[in-house]
Design a protein around this ligand. Structure first.
Ligand SMILES: [Zn+2]
Length: 702
């Protein structure tokens, strides 16, 4: 329970994908001006740090150079005579040129989300949109490139001894060109291209308005009754008032601990209105444009277009999945709710419909956990000082995945909080990559938790690798003058989750950059991360990573037992809240219908969160960032969670700290990145079709 309502995500730079002549294959070595030869090889700490630009001037220069270089490579590829088409000259070069520009785009995606200086943020935003539009126009929607690949597939590729990976990549490239409408008449293609470019700009603006929303509320000392003195010290003051920004640690503190209902109510309304009203019309435009280009491409809706390349394949299957789960979740949610409101804290009562106001839910949950499970999240957090918790998590991941992870001190990055981890293979010291950690909230910083790829790892057929670079952006509880950062249980779980994405980048090195790491189906991508959250439900692991910030003692067994017991509670309410978001996103990108955004959100919230009254003054869809990146695919969180439990059940039998179990999982799943159909990876690992049983059992939804 009490999970952040929008689950943490991964952010990629929007790597898109992407074909004809007949002639014999040439064995001669072809020299090309645009001979990138190698993928970006970030093999030292200084190179890892230099992935991120230092000034706005550097951003402009790098973006300009990336476009110039890409154009040269594209033109060369198009001009290549068909007798010279091979896996190296066509597939590999295309991948390399996309990698070079895709990596710049990913880096800018991070810069615009975490850098401090407003001028740099504005420049990064502008260049991000320009670069994205360049990729859409010159690569993804390039008819001449499409012709090259079609010709290659029809002829040379048939005679060449291509591996399964090569063929998978080639098919993906062609599929993606077709998803951009390149098999349509020229006039329609132009329309699709114009709409896609327009949409990319709106999506970026949608995110900018969320990240840079500077809403605060100001309250008196008295209005913060129930909040610890320590926490108050971390807040800014405006004369005798406290300033409450809209970030997760402050939200958790106010909603769970403040005994003044009016403060909770005011904060809840402000938090749920981030980026409102500006994002209302932007979101409407995004929905309309996506619908328009999907129809031009012959699809009933954007959801039908977008889900075609996912594990689930169709909107109908996605709706069925959500509806089936809903039946079970609502039964469990009713049980949870009855238990939760048996006894309410002083000052809180149910509405006349017997529901809880949204601003009372966290407060009531906190009271309930304390009273029935003796768990106070603040006290529990005392066992998870950030430094030791990170060290503990690292040692677990080192053991399970057979890695050596070293903390490296760095300076001169975008913020002094930043830290760096270097990840190597334990057996032979091979460098797998670098993980940057940006852990605390700041003004203008991306407010959620996410893994931002910067450079993806590659692995050639001969086994040589280029390392990956990824940044984990979180918003955890800050240290105070006399206490270190003490992580809440939910924050530690989020950290395990995001680290799971980072490990996917480190270990998912594939031959092709475009298929590496977490470039998988989106409804699969949250499997590795959500599965690793389970480690936080294991006695031995909790003992290993906990260490009281004053005494150094591990969590007492009794508290661990209470936590494990508590985890069984509230699953119905949690799944129901996720169903709301999944259904809202499927509906918004489904076939056109006449209902306002606010009414759609309200309808699904009332259908799923039956026990929490809906606050009609709020507009959560305006800050629902996944509506652009994941679009209709938010269901993928629950879908991959269901599958993750199936995989986890197997691993659990073999041992959460067992390197053999880790190796088996990495070999069958992680190491393939996105170079294989996710359904096949799961079948290979499980030795059978995936099942839902483990999830239902764990969630008490049987
Ligand atoms: Zn995630």
């Amino acid at each position: 329970m009490n999970k952040n309502i929008f689950l943490s995500i991964i952010i990629g730079g929007g790597l898109g994908f992407l074909l004809a002549h007949k002639v014999p294959l040439s064995k001669e070595k072809i020299s090309m001006k645009c001979d990138t030869q190698e993928y970006k090889n970030v093999n030292s700490v200084s190179l890892a740090c230099s992935v991120f630009p230092k000034t706005s001037q550097e951003i402009i220069e790098r973006s300009g150079n990336a476009q110039k270089k890409a154009l040269e490579c594209i033109n060369e590829l198009i001009a290549l005579s068909p007798e010279k088409y091979t896996q190296v000259t066509v597939l590999q070069r295309f991948d390399q040129l996309k990698a070079a520009i895709g990596s710049e785009l990913s880096v800018l995606g991070l810069v615009k989300s975490v850098y401090q200086d407003q001028e740099t943020l504005d420049v990064a935003e502008k260049q991000f949109v320009l670069l994205n539009q360049f990729i859409i126009e010159h690569i993804d929607s390039n008819k001449h490139l499409y012709e090259v690949f079609k010709a290659y597939q029809a002829d040379a590729a048939q005679r060449e001894n291509l591996s399964a990976d090569d063929r998978y990549f080639l098919n993906k490239i062609l599929e993606n060109f077709e998803l951009q409408g390149l098999n349509l008449p020229a006039e329609k293609q132009e329309q699709v291209l114009a709409l896609k470019k327009q949409c990319a700009q709106l999506e970026s603006e949608f995110h900018r308005l969320i990240d840079q929303d500077a809403t605060t509320i100001k309250v008196s000392e008295k209005a913060l009754a129930g909040i610890s003195e320590d926490f108050k010290k971390t807040l800014q003051r405006d004369e005798d008032l406290y300033v409450l920004p809209m970030n997760y640690p402050v939200q958790a503190m106010v909603m769970n601990y403040c005994s003044v209902e009016e403060t909770r109510k005011q904060y809840s309304k402000a938090f749920s209105n981030k980026a409102y009203p500006q994002n209302e019309s932007i979101l409407q435009d995004i929905i309309k444009i996506r619908d328009e280009f999907s129809k031009l491409l012959g699809y009933e809706s954007f959801a039908a277009y977008d889900l075609k390349t996912q594990m689930i394949k169709t909107s109908e299957r996605a709706w069925n999945f959500e509806n089936d789960l809903q039946k079970k979740a609502l039964i469990a949610a009713e049980k949870d709710f009855k238990q939760l409101v048996t006894d309410l804290p002083a000052g809180v009562s149910l509405t006349k419909e017997g529901k809880l106001e949204p601003w009372n839910y966290g407060y009531v949950s906190t009271y309930f956990k304390k009273k029935y499970y003796s768990i106070d999240e603040e006290t529990f957090a005392e066992y998870f000082p950030m430094e030791k918790t990170i060290a503990g998590l690292i040692s677990i991941y080192e053991q399970f995945f057979s890695l050596t992870i070293e903390t490296i001190s760095i300076t001169g990055m975008w913020h002094s909080d930043l830290r760096l981890l270097q990840v190597k293979n334990k057996a032979d010291g091979t460098l797998f990559g670098y993980i940057f950690l940006d852990m605390f909230p700041r003004d203008k910083k991306y407010g959620h938790a996410a893994a931002f790829e910067a450079v993806l790892a590659t692995k050639k057929d001969d086994g040589t690798r280029t390392p990956g670079v990824v940044t984990l952006v979180c918003n955890f509880t800050k240290p105070t003058t006399d206490k270190p950062s003490l992580l809440k249980y939910s924050e530690v779980t989020t950290f395990f989750h995001e680290f799971g994405h980072a490990i996917h980048v480190m270990l998912g090195a594939t031959k092709y950059y475009a298929l590496s790491g977490f470039n998988t189906e989106i409804d699969f991508v949250e499997l590795p991360s959500q599965m690793l959250e389970n480690w936080m439900e294991n006695k031995e692991v909790l003992t290993m990573i906990s260490s009281h910030y004053q005494t150094g003692k591990s969590l007492p067994e009794e508290l661990i037992e209470k936590r494990l017991e508590l985890l069984k509670f509230g699953q119905g309410l949690f799944v129901a809240s996720q169903l709301t978001l999944g259904m809202v996103s499927l509906q918004l990108f489904g076939p056109t219908y006449s209902e306002s955004l606010a009414d759609t959100y309200k309808r699904f919230a009332e259908l799923n969160n039956k026990y929490i009254s809906y606050d009609a003054d709020t507009h959560r869809y305006c800050s629902f960032g996944h509506l652009t990146g994941y679009g209709p695919k938010y269901y993928g969180y629950l879908w991959s969670l269901v599958l993750a439990e199936d995989v986890f059940e197997q691993i659990q039998k073999e041992g959460l700290l067992n390197p053999e179990a880790g190796k088996k999982y990495v070999d069958a799943i992680l190491s393939h990145g996105g170079s294989k159909d996710a359904n096949d990876m799961l079948r290979d690992y499980l030795g059978r079709e995936p099942r839902f049983d483990a999830f239902y059992k764990k969630m008490g939804l049987e």
